[in-house]
Ligand binder design. Sequence first.
Ligand code: GDP
Length: 525
Amino acid sequence: MSVSELKRRRTFAVISHPDAGKTTLTEKLLLFSGAIQIAGTVKGRKSSRFATSDWMDIEKQRGISVASSVMQFEYGDAVMNLLDTPGHEDFSEDTYRVLTAVDAAIMVIDGANGVEAQTLKLLEVCRSRKTPIITFINKLDREVRQPLDLLDEIEQHLGVAAVPFTWPIGMGKEFQGVYDIRHDQVRVFRAGQETLDGAVETLQGLGDADGERRFGPAWLRTREEVELITGASPAFDKEAFLRGDQSPVLFGSAINNFGVKEILDTMVELAPPPSARMTVQRPVDPAEPKFTGVVFKVQANMDLAHRDRVAFIRVCSGRFERGMALKVSRTGKTFRANNVVAFLSQRRETISEAYPGDIIGIPNHGTLSLGDTLTEGEDLQFIGLPFFAPEIFQTIEVVDPMRAKQLGEALRQFGDEGAIQVFRPVLGGSLVLGAVGQLQFEVVKHRLAAEYKVEVRISPARYRMSRWVTCDDPAELRRFSDSYAARMALDAADAPTYLATHGSEIEVAQKLWPKIVFNELRERS
Ligand code: GDP
């Protein structure tokens, strides 16, 4: 394994609340790296690709981004892997899992709205995994909230210490630029589309007497605020950042390409290259010579012309080579990875090699499931891929009993993709579907009809909550399952699940059965 290839990888996601500017920023990141030449390509690409796919109609109708993709581009010496996360909360479960494949994240906040619900949820996942986060406060070309208030909010809501790397000079029509605290340098704002290094005018320090004359009261105010915050906020500590306890904060305007280069520079300078990952058996170091990888996402019909289902694999160690024999730990089966795609900026391309941190896609017909570990032969199972307890439950029945087999097959596949959770009640009866958002049911219904020619009736189930039940003592778990047989179901991985009609039921059950653990999250293991 070439250590230099490893060290230059940065694998990250951009997270935000819808409309904060994630798509715009993503596009500008690509523009800066030279991966694309013209703004507008990212959105254009999305709509044209979705136009080819039936079930994506739903996404088009709603005007949201359902599918997430991967973009690889070079920036200086670094190789950046940017994982897009679907923005709509209906698809948060998939989004959560994408976050397990990154080493860092950029959090985009709309300066006018501050920290919003969706950001909070995603941040929880980052926090629990100690993912380092760089914060970008966007839309400074508009009237936004006071920077000090925004920092306060980040600290209070997200529980991370916000360390400003830059500070805005004015906002809205009076937005003059930012003061780069670490380099004692002012970067002057000009609305537009600068892409080249040096296109931004810079001034040394905030002491310039000319500054006051040129920029007016905003200049003085910035001077005061910077004095205040440099006294009050903690010094930047790289270790604390890598633990996810501190977040560098940058201000800017994505649409004007302002502050975007600083994000890339901060990412390259501070964000970590791929590091060791845990398996059930042992930690796996990325510099190990043998290839290992983990499936963190499975997506069907990304491209109807291919009619494929693509497993997204994060390379965890070694060097991937096209054509190599890979063992799927779950099944023990080996296959040759001849048909492999990488996601180079805008296109899906066939690749011949990949390194830790890179994402490769393997088209397959059901060989690979969410959470699978691939190795050159060693039995390993990466841990940490979460499944979240669904919040909405519906029962599903096939209209034509002759199609029951197809329904079973389709649901098994959807379960493997993590598109929806499927519960089989242990006492029999209708299957129960569980999802985090309502849209997932619509997608399932649509796909059943379009891909499997199965018509179904989906109706609300009486359940409101589910918990995966575990216990150190298998006999106790059996006793519990027997006592609550009418409430017990098995999920796609045969994990025993307790279905409740009300939260208080779980509380009562917990009191009566203190040894049973009611888990809100299941990790593939
Ligand atoms: P996403 O939903 O997070 O991907 O957000 P988009 O990137 O689609 O942006 C949402 C809206 O905010 C769009 O209309 C953008 O043009 C706009 N927008 C993005 N960045 C800026 C900015 O820096 N300033 C202003 N004024 N608008 C912006």
